[in-house]
Design a protein around this ligand. Sequence first.
Ligand code: ADP
Ligand code: GLC
Length: 467
Amino acid sequence: MISSEAAPFAKTGGLADVVGSLPSALRSFGDEVAVVIPRYGSIDLKNARRVWDNLPVHFGPVSYPVSIYQAPADYPVYLVDCPPLYDRKGFYGESGMDYPDNHIRFAVFCRAALGVARVLFRTDIFHCHDWQTGLVPAYLRTTFATDPTFLGCRTLFTIHNLGYQGLFPKTALAEVALDPAVYRPDGMEFFGRVSYLKAGIQFADALSTVSPTYAREIQTPEFGFGLDDCLRDRASVLNGILNGVDYAEWSPQTDPHIPAPYSAEDLGGKATCKRQLLEEFGLPAAGTDRPLLGMVSRFTRQKGTGILAEIAAQMVAEDVYLVALGEGDPEYEDFFLRMQQEHPGRIAARIGFDNGLAHRIEAGADIFLMPSHYEPCGLNQIYSLHYGTVPVVRATGGLDDTIEEGTGFKFAEYSGEALLAAVRAAVHAFADRESWQRMMRRGMSKDFSWKMSAAAYSALYRRLLAR
Ligand code: ADP
Ligand code: GLC
């Protein structure tokens, strides 16, 4: 697996959770997996072993020094080390700006990953994730098309989010030594630029995305980000496989980040989690009788922050509390801080990335908000189910596939009004404690572990190799 993130080594979102947990699940099907990620500055090499000294990547006259470390894990996790490219503060950029050499950073990463397959881990299937790895299929189809090392290898490209495309000027192709012939509409040309995401879509042997509904949605202009036509062309190899989750990491019975454990049989500890969460956010303890809404999210347009802004005041008028954790677009960070100022003692926000707090919000909230504009899969609503925190979601992508009447509240139209109606329905239902607890328990009994989805990936790998 080639990915720009994998928990616990490097995480900004759900991609890391998936690549951090799917490999173990695949092993029970007899699949041997190695994971390749960049060695970012934040990854400590103290416990890692240097397993390959010199694996330089040459792009014409320019060469990038690369060495490979192996991190301690149950399966090989290879870290591509090239300090001038990855030893920086961010993964993709800083202060809201992408690094200007991202086309080089992730091209070198893709080439180094192919190098790992050459010298460290014989590979049958390259399972690539998101735009950062889109050049793996591209190099395999061009530069290495006749290279005996890769003969018979297959590629699977998984789209976790069509909204991030890796778009660069045409001149990038020469800088990363790609055959100029790929610059065509059925290659990686995209409205006058090159798209690393499109490279993955066009050149991989098979495609997948992270829920069945999102697999259908991305073939429509509304969700296709300009790529719906080429996704429709590739529909026969496009699979929708719902993400699984790692309950070893996300279970209220065993979670080391929460103040009191609880389970479907004994919900007692959840009240403690709620009380302490209110306290942690500086909200009045008197709030424990009223519904506490939680949010953990990248603060971007995708996540529905826009419609939340429209109705914040009306929501608060329902006598609810809201805690939110996230970081992202400055405009949305400001919005949450402003809401906190406008509704003191009701709304509290933390800007930043804090895994422990994310767990405490899952455990301490009564209701979890995910009003996403679009959502390829979404993991937080699945974690919420397991924590007895009833999700209010927009019926899109994986949110639609994982939440049903009886485990959560869904609304269809992307509008503040529709969100408010769903919040009101949840708040109303919360008042009947007995039926609310039945709803919590129904959610807690759902099984979204990797079993089924890992089986689907494993079967797909086998179909690819048999081709
Ligand atoms: P996405 O990948 O689109 O951000 P997902 O719901 O698939 O959305 O996954 C988000 C993951 O990232 C979850 O594990 C969530 O807890 C975590 N996460 C998101 N924002 C933060 C944050 N600010 N602090 C801690 N964890 C976060
Ligand atoms: C992306 C999507 C999210 C999905 C995650 C893992 O970041 O936005 O919906 O759950 O990838 O696949």
